[in-house]
Write a protein that binds this ligand. Structure first.
Ligand code: ADP
Ligand code: MG
Length: 702
């Protein structure tokens, strides 16, 4: 019977490794055992069956291979700048090869008039095509040992190369390892999965990934290995989720009572969108079911998530429980408090707010009323997590803008009750599908995919410094129409010593065109005292100031419907999701809104892509996907999660299809056999244990 004993052999025992190379493999590549080396997958392949003609070579090609005869070899320059220049030709043309290192050795090795197989990357230097440091092999030797087909290329490093572990060296080790473990690689998927997805065996996949027989075989091997990587993450998440459903009893909020109904019939200022109705229904089913809800609510900026949260909280109140909502910033918490207060007015519901700047006496009062149950809804920042905040019976927890909080912080909030409350986690903007499935894969998901009616799509424009006077003209025009304007400056350092230079300079410049005698200008940035921020926000909210100059503190949540213009300065410095978040601050009223992205003249590829994406679409789901392509999963998922985005072969940018299948399969298995006790699932159970040992924190992400 095959097991993991052979695969777990320390790498130093492999022929050709030894203690020194083993040490460097461990240090540089984290390769400790045979299986680690097997799972050190090539990062690309070169097609050694394809031969180019010299006149077919051009710069845009990847690595190319061709046969050429040496015409000349010549050392040019002296000492450190010396280089070897070699000309080769075939019956279509000639090209220059050049070496800067190992010159003597190459020069002696190659013979004028002989044929060689040359392999390298074409570049253009001074308008002339050449290939620097190509691999070069005697044609007759090449045809004898012909390394047919696709050849693997491995990532290496200087330190590895010194020990002979360049791509060829690594490949040599695998040439020893792969036959050695032939027949000893245990399968880690069950027969059903392999059968129904027509996968190669694990054994064959390892062979094909390193030494592909054909491009088709390679694709099959890659798919299978990607699948198993994604599958175990899903199996892990879904098993944890299932266990929680079975073990965590949830409060049963079985009825909708007068709080909900009074709000719905008397206070609700508008018709709910269909998406809002659907999501509220999903939540109601969950909280009435007896299991504890853990739900992620995704929705674009301005899609009305707050209202869904509020109405869900009212159901908790109807069932005699308290509810709370935690927001990432003080401004947002204040705003939620005001929104809630006005939406709930006349319903005699007791609501309170706790933030870092709450006064001691005031806070004491709130704490007491939470403990004796008099306060029914509390809104707050991180301050809510503090030990001193205790509830009589907390039944429903909402976390707004979840990405701003760490896992531990969220967990603290729901340990505030003996029995875990229901939890609704809300995003600021949509998360790409693959990331949602992976990082929030143990949560149920609801999506608001519809904006409230009557919103005019925000018009987004990209302007550069040379058009500034037009922008100023436009601003004046909008102000004369009664509109208000945000101007946002990037915050370079999010630390205490943040860089306010841009904002201050911008403000000074602004005064030239918008003198304070005529215009009201508010300023808000992260270093101001809470009270000052509040005063400035209030002035803007009450339309006493027409322009709000701010850093990204206004990024999340702020709601001033009369503000219809968002100007983002140095927009090239912002990430896509941040730009989209900022843009979401306008377009909240009935007027046509605008977002103007001001950038410098010359933009890099990514900045161009970001601005053009913003101009092209208002759809947060689309923007999230572009963001993922540009930044990669680690950055998009946020700092809290980025440690967990290391994949061996799967790629969350591309592998949506495989991931969906993996999730579906894992979900079917867990539904049928939550503890993986069926004989056919034994292999999954054992491998899940292995998986958890290596990827300890997957299940603790959300
Ligand atoms: P977000 O999902 O970004 O948190 P909010 O909950 O702040 O969005 O809602 C944005 C704005 O839309 C608010 O002014 C809110 O009052 C309004 N709104 C929410 N739902 C509706 C609706 N069904 N019809 C009209 N306006 C709505
Ligand atoms: Mg919101």
């Amino acid at each position: 019977m095959s097991d993991y004993r052979l695969l777990d052999t320390p790498i130093e025992y492999l022929k050709g490794v030894g203690p020194q190379r083993a040490a460097i493999l461990k240090k540089e590549l984290d390769i400790h055992t045979y299986i680690d080396l097997l799972q050190y997958y090539p990062f690309r392949y070169v097609d050694k069956t394809k031969f180019y003609k010299i006149n077919e070579l051009y710069e845009e090609l990847p690595y190319v291979q061709f046969v050429g005869r040496i015409i000349s070899k010549e050392l040019i320059g002296a000492n450190r700048t010396q280089r070897l220049v070699v000309w080769v030709h075939d019956n279509t043309g000639k090209i220059e090869l050049v070496w800067f290192q190992g010159i003597k050795w190459i020069k002696d090795k190659i013979q004028i008039g002989s044929d060689y197989v040359i392999f390298g990357k074409v570049s253009v230097f001074n308008g002339k095509k050449n290939i620097a440091h190509p691999e070069i092999e005697d044609y007759s030797e090449f045809t004898q040992s012909r390394p047919s087909k696709l050849q693997s290329v491995y990532n290496s490093s200087e330190k590895l190369k010194i020990r002979g572990l360049d791509t060829k060296g690594i490949s040599k080790l695998l040439k020893i390892l792969v036959p050695l473990i032939n027949g000893s690689i245990p399968e880690n998927l069950n027969f059903d999965i392999i059968q129904s997805l027509r996968f190669l065996s694990r054994q064959e996949s390892f062979k094909q990934i390193h030494f592909p027989d054909s491009p088709q075989q390679l694709v099959q091997a890659r798919n299978r290995l990607k699948f198993e990587e994604l599958f175990y993450i899903q199996l892990d998440l879904l098993k944890v989720k299932k266990e929680r459903e079975i073990n965590e009893k949830g409060f049963i909020f079985g009825k909708v009572g007068s709080y909900f109904n009074d709000f719905f019939y008397k206070n609700l200022p508008f018709e709910l969108t269909n998406a809002q109705k659907r999501v509220i229904k999903e939540i109601r089913v969950d909280i009435g079911s007896g299991k504890q809800m853990n739900r992620l609510l995704q929705g674009d900026v301005g899609s009305g998530k707050t209202l869904v949260a509020l109405m869900s909280m009212l159901i908790a109140l109807d069932c005699g429980f308290q509810a709370c909502i935690m927001a990432p910033t003080e401004i947002l918490a204040k705003q939620h408090f005001e929104t809630f207060s006005s939406l709930l007015s006349g319903l005699s519901i007791n609501i309170a707010i706790i933030t870092g700047s709450s006064k001691t006496a005031e806070k004491k009062k709130v704490l007491k009323s939470l403990l004796d149950g008099e306060c029914q809804i509390v809104i707050g920042t991180h301050a809510l997590i503090e030990k001193t905040v205790e509830f009589k019976n907390l039944g429903f927890v909402v976390i707004d803008e979840q990405h701003k909080f760490g896992v531990a912080q969220r967990a603290k909030l729901w340990s505030k009750n003996n029995q875990a409350p229901h939890v609704l986690v809300m995003t600021a903007t949509p998360i790409p599908r693959t990331l949602a499935m992976t990082f929030y894969g143990d949560l149920d998901t609801s999506v608001i995919d519809e904006l409230p009616p009557g919103r005019k799509p925000i018009m987004t424009l990209h302007k550069m410094e040379n058009e500034r006077f037009r922008v100023i003209h436009f601003m004046k025009e909008q102000i004369s129409l009664g509109r208000q304007i945000y101007i946002v400056f990037p915050l370079i350092n999010e630390s205490e010593t943040l860089d306010l230079k841009d904002l201050n300079e911008g403000y000074e410049n602004l005064l030239v065109d918008f003198p304070l005698q005529k215009y009201g200008i508010s300023v808000v940035h992260g270093q101001m005292k809470a009270i000052d921020k509040e005063i400035e926000m209030k002035r803007f909210l009450e339309n006493k100031s027409q322009i709000m100059v701010a850093t990204t503190v206004i990024e999340v949540g702020v709601n001033v419907p009369n503000a219809s213009v968002m100007i983002i300065e140095n927009a090239e410095r912002f990430g896509l999701s941040q730009l989209h978040q900022l843009r979401g601050r306008v377009g909240r009223g009935a007027d046509q809104s605008y977002c103007i992205l001001m950038t410098k003249q010359k933009l890099g590829f990514e900045a161009k892509k970001r601005t053009s994406t913003m101009v092209a679409t208002n759809d947060g789901f689309k923007i999230a996907e572009v963001d993922l392509q540009l930044r990669g999963p680690g950055d998009v998922a946020g700092t809290q999660q980025s440690g967990n985005t290391q994949f061996l072969i799967a790629d969350l940018k591309k592998d949506y299809q495989i991931l969906s299948v993996a999730r579906k399969m894992a979900s079917e298995i867990i539904d049928k056999d939550p503890n993986l006790l069926l004989p056919e699932n034994l292999v999954l159970k054992n491998n899940l244990i292995r998986f958890r040992r290596t990827k300890e924190d997957w299940s603790k992400i959300s």
